[in-house]
Design a protein around this ligand. Structure first.
Ligand code: PLP
Length: 192
């Protein structure tokens, strides 16, 4: 058995096929100059990168010793690093001919970044979100809706992030036109 340098994958067969499809396309595009320059174009003109590097003088003095710098990723469009990931994956999804992007969100930040990029490219967007998280994160839910995304409320289990991930994977496996724009390093229970 070969587990590779990252420890391998242990996923159900129907999901494995969809993951392999993404891997194949990514390997094709990762050294594609046109794809890379398209990506960098959006990072610069839409996201606002490169973000500044700020010398945190007070914090440096307080900590005593090292000079501490803060890379201001919070100044990116939508307020975090998440948009970098969302743009890259959306461009990949477009190349794969996918017409519907889905994502999971807990606090709502990855959902907002995904909804923003889908709105930019005019792609149908559904955000899977637990019932409890929807209650806790009303402002981000409202933002996603304003950006044109559909919120898929997840009621199973505790109605939080992990169930949203499971439901998104189930939906991915059942729908060929879907690209799952994952926002984290996640694991799912076995897909039925
Ligand atoms: C932001 C973030 C999350 C959580 O995203 P939310 O949608 O805001 O819950 C998870 N994993 C990573 C790596 C993140 O950066």
């Amino acid at each position: 058995m070969e587990y590779g340098k990252f420890g391998g994958q242990y996923v159900p067969q129907n999901l494995k096929e969809r993951l392999d499809e993404i891997e194949r396309e990514f390997e094709k595009l990762r050294n594609d100059e046109e794809f890379k320059s398209e990506y960098l174009y959006y990072l610069k003109q839409f996201v606002g990168r490169p973000t500044p590097l700020y010398y945190a003088e007070n914090l440096s003095k307080f900590a005593g010793g090292a000079k501490i710098f803060l890379k201001r990723e919070d100044l990116n469009h939508t307020g975090a690093h998440k948009i970098n990931n969302a743009i890259g994956q959306t461009l990949l999804a477009k190349r794969m001919g996918k017409t519907h992007i889905i994502a999971e969100t807990g606090a709502g930040q990855h959902g907002v970044a995904t909804a923003t990029v889908c709105s930019l490219f005019g792609i149908k967007c559904t955000i899977f979100m637990g019932k409890e998280d929807i209650k806790r994160q009303r402002v981000n839910v409202e933002k996603m809706k304003l950006l044109g995304a559909k919120i898929q409320e997840v009621t199973r289990g505790e109605g939080t992030l992990k169930e949203a991930v499971d439901e998104a994977f189930d939906y991915l496996v059942e729908n060929d036109e879907v690209f799952y724009l994952i926002g984290s390093a996640v694991r799912t229970r076995s897909v039925s």
